[in-house]
Design a protein around this ligand. Structure first.
Ligand code: COA
Ligand code: AMP
Length: 624
């Protein structure tokens, strides 16, 4: 069947379509019901099915005779270490650690926060939770302790998993003091904190609360996977929204497993035994889906890389890893290759390695800019494939469906909707628009398996954010258009979310921090174009009457505050003092026009502006 027919079937007969895909995985109890509607109007996939995600990712492969195949390769240029685990070895470690967690009182439905660097134990911790039916929530290591505290209070975990440190190129980032500060700040106090000791930093263990990982794991008795309902949550992953409070995206077990397995075939054309490398971080959705769950559920060998595309030690790092392990499929964010290209424009490093194993490169996390696409195509002579998705969906909403048929690519387009995603472009009143017209990108309900089922602890926010903006649709928050051939073009967020080096961040959250400075009367944070990171935040601040602080001193203090309260990953490095901010007559800040000014775009003076003269003043400041 061709893509169009497959897509049509997925939309017209979703139950038959996904019943078939559900048969690709092992269930403890196969689902009879494929799709049902909840009382709140949202949908559940496979509600009467029972399974265990860790069983699919580990034990199922031993049963299928793949026990001696490599499951996980850890490559860490920052510590100079490499480690490999077969499916059998990884299963043993996970089963034992799950037993250890159970001894600490972790059971089905309990939450476990994981604040860890890119080490095998992080994957072991995630899978151990899945094995017990517990719900993990991984927090990216670049977030500050306040962010961790907010997530601890929202998820209310039984236990926290952490390590003594992470390593950023050559800097040791001690995690334990950050975790201690978060646990101090949080209202909810987990009983236990398990700490992995790494040789690069010593962690002080607090009596009665903190336990040493290795000692605990060694004492654990291996446990078998616990059957859970398909609709039981597997994990919570917090993502930035428009307010300071991150949203806990909830992923179920059954729909997720089916979607992970199917997407590996559809989007990546990966097969069991392939070496799959998602060069991202387990703290992001890309890491959850394509470092851990999808490759392992599919029986691939997954690469866990603790390093950067450049500086660890050079711009040949990615090619070296591909050559060392015979990587077949590489997935990363365009920003990683922008960094490589900047340091090695002629790709001299590439010539040093044999990357003939590599079949294709997939890119997502932000817009794939044509110069990066062209450079990669020219230098590698490989298929370079864009795909568009979000934390909320867990897998590609749009892709080149190479598992069915390879479609011609169009620069700037993430190609076509994946089967199951009925994508439409809506105008401001929620009505579909015609080909080529820009609007809000929305997906007609029901969403396919694998997408978020709710916002943790706040079903109202789930409804308000995603379902209420256009009844009958999932609201993506991205703007874009569909051309006359059905190709989808994503033009960027229409809300206050920005994308910095493939990392999703909330300008609203940064504004809350900046507004907390005693000299700041009012502020606005916008995302402006950046050659390497795609976007970076810039703050515009108005001083309180009588404030005497100098602009440079204020900038330093604001930068430090955002680093302290959100984290280095926010990349907040610039704040400009302005006399006024452009607003509508009703007092709303005109962010769009500010962005256009900062990006050097032509802009039209909005008719709603209260005082057009302000734009000239801002232009002088933002375009020196
Ligand atoms: N723990 C602690 N700090 C972290 C961190 C982590 N896991 N990840 C990033 N940081 C810090 C960085 O050290 C840096 O700190 P600094 O301001 O003190 O220098 C800051 O956060 C900004 O990080 P980043 O924007 O990543 O800058 P970088 O210079 O370290 O690297 C790239 C730039 C492009 C090489 C890097 O962002 C990259 O490889 N991106 C790939 C994209 C990606 O993985 N996206 C995930 C979704 S697919
Ligand atoms: P995250 O939830 O962190 O994965 O970020 C999701 C957001 O990143 C989307 O809403 C888009 O704005 C952006 N994004 C991801 N992939 C792409 C892509 N291929 N093209 C354009 N934007 C993308």
């Amino acid at each position: 069947m061709r893509y169009r027919e497959v897509f049509q079937q997925s939309i017209e007969q979703p139950e038959a379509f996904w019943r078939d895909k559900a048969s690709w995985i092992d269930w403890f109890q196969s689902p009879e019901t494929i799709l049902s509607q909840r009382e709140d109007g949202h949908y559940d996939w496979f509600p009467d099915g029972k399974l265990n995600t860790a069983d699919l990712a580990l034990d199922a492969h031993i049963r299928a005779g793949r026990g001696d195949q490599l499951a996980l390769i850890h490559d860490s240029p920052v510590t100079g270490t490499k480690q490999q685990f077969t499916y059998r070895e990884l299963t043993e470690r996970v089963a034992r650690f799950a037993g250890a967690l159970r001894d600490q009182g972790v059971g089905p439905g309990d939450r476990v926060i994981i604040y860890m660097p890119m080490v095998p134990e992080t994957v072991i911790g995630m899978l151990a939770c899945a094995r017990l039916g517990a719900i993990h929530s991984v927090v990216f290591g670049g977030f500050a302790s306040r962010e961790l505290a907010v997530r601890i209070d929202d998820a209310r975990p039984t236990l926290v998993l952490t390590a003594s440190c992470g390593i950023e190129v050559d800097r040791v980032i001690e995690y334990k003091p950050l975790v201690d500060a978060a646990l101090e700040e949080a209202t909810h106090k987990p009983d236990t904190c398990v700490v992995l000791a790494r040789p690069q930093a010593r962690a002080d263990l607090k009596d009665g609360r903190d336990l040493d990982w290795q000692t605990l794991e060694q004492a654990g008795n291996p446990v078998d996977p616990v059957p859970v309902r398909a609709t039981d949550p597997l994990y919570i992953l917090y993502t930035s929204g428009t307010t300071g409070k991150p949203k806990g995206v909830v992923r179920d077990n059954g729909g997720h497993a089916v979607a992970m397995r199917y997407s590996m075939s559809l989007v990546y054309n990966a097969e069991p035994g392939d070496v799959f490398w998602a060069a991202s971080d387990v703290g992001w959705v890309v890491g959850h889906s394509y470092i851990v769950y999808a490759p392992l559920i599919t029986g691939c060998t997954t690469v866990l890389y603790e390093g950067k595309p450049v500086k660890t030690p050079d711009a040949g790092a990615f090619w070296r890893v591909c050559a060392d392990y015979g990587v077949n499929i590489l997935f990363t964010a365009p920003t990683a290759f922008r960094a490589v290209r900047k340091e090695d424009p002629e790709a001299d490093e590439l010539a040093k390695y044999d990357i003939r194993s590599l079949k294709r490169i997939l890119l997502a996390g932000e817009r794939l800019d044509p110069p990066t696409y062209d450079w990669l195509t020219e230098k590698t002579e490989l298929p370079i494939l864009d795909h568009w998705w979000q934390t909320e969906t867990g897998w590609a909403i749009c892709c080149n469906p190479i598992g069915i048929e390879t479609l011609p690519t169009k620069p700037g387009s993430a190609t076509v909707p994946s089967p199951g995603f009925d994508v439409d472009i809506l105008d401001v009143s929620g009505e579909p628009v015609g080909p080529g017209e820009q609007g809000q990108v929305a997906v007609r309900l029901p969403l396919p398996p694998g997408c978020l089922t709710t916002v943790w602890g706040d079903p109202g926010r789930f409804r308000r954010t995603y379902l209420d903006p256009a009844p009958g649709y999932y609201h993506s928050g991205d703007g874009g258009f569909i051309d006359e051939n059905g190709y989808v073009f994503i033009m960027g967020r229409t809300d206050d979310v920005i994308n910095v080096a493939g990392h999703r961040l909330s300008t609203g959250e940064m504004e809350e921090v900046v507004a907390g400075h005693p000299a700041v009367a009012e502020c606005c944070v916008i995302g402006v174009r950046d050659e390497m990171r795609g976007q970076v935040p810039v703050g515009l601040v108005l001083l309180k009457d009588g404030a005497t602080i100098g602009a440079d001193e204020l900038e330093d203090e604001l930068v430090e505050m955002v680093r302290e309260q959100i984290g280095a990953v926010a990349c907040f490095r610039r704040a400009e003092v302005v006399d006024r901010l452009p607003k509508t007559r009703s007092g709303k800040i005109l962010r769009r026009v500010l962005r256009d000014i900062a990006d050097g775009e032509d802009y039209a003076t909005p008719s709603t502006i209260d005082d057009p003269a302000i734009l000239g003043e801002i232009e002088n400041r933002l375009r020196p």
